[in-house]
Design a protein around this ligand. Structure first.
Ligand SMILES: [Zn+2]
Length: 183
């Protein structure tokens, strides 16, 4: 038989649909960066452009937990050998910075949706210096594959850029939470 039965082509089409849907959910449009007119300054941890994890003089990087900063620097050094540049889009944030992001998200999408992607200042690990948002997307993918070797794990399934030290280097990452409103 040279022609595949029709049922097979139907199921293949369904497969393509599922793959496309998975791709859409895997590439979120939103990143946790305050708008330029926010009034926030570098002393709040605001960054007007992505910075190297080796950069100094940025409170967003300087105020990170030292272990986290060390881990991302180590990872960035090894990623560079693979031709991947690792940058930090957001790191430590002041409480007012975090509150501003939350307010913006609530204004855009309402409180329920906002809670899925922006934590309150009391809950946010950015405020304690224990979280980084990494970019560009190639770097996120690299960390998804290799981050556990440095203790770095993606925490929320809907934020491919948000990494924290949640495992012992070399051990597997814990299961991801669905979004920031969980856990
Ligand atoms: Zn984050």
């Amino acid at each position: 038989m040279s022609c595949p039965p029709p049922r097979r082509s139907l199921s293949m089409r369904a497969g393509v649909g599922i793959a496309a849907a998975a791709l859409l959910t895997a590439v979120p449009a939103y990143t946790e960066i305050a708008s330029a007119d926010s009034g926030l300054t570098a002393s709040d941890g605001a960054l007007d452009r992505p910075v190297s994890p080796f950069g100094e003089g940025h409170p967003a990087v300087d105020n990170l937990d030292p272990d986290l900063r060390e881990a991302i620097r180590h990872a960035a050094t090894d990623a560079r050998r693979d031709g991947v540049e690792v940058l930090i889009n957001s790191g430590w944030r002041s409480r007012s910075h975090q509150q501003h992001l939350l307010d913006e998200a609530v204004a855009e999408d309402g409180p329920e949706e906002a809670a899925r992607r922006v934590n309150t200042p009391d809950r946010s690990t950015h405020v304690t210096g224990k979280a980084i948002d990494v970019g560009p997307q190639r770097a996120d993918r690299w960390l998804q594959r290799n981050g556990a070797a440095y203790g770095l794990c993606q925490v929320y399934a809907n934020e491919i850029w948000h990494f924290e030290l949640t495992t012992v280097p070399g051990r597997p990452c814990p299961p991801q939470l669905p979004d920031a409103s969980a856990g």
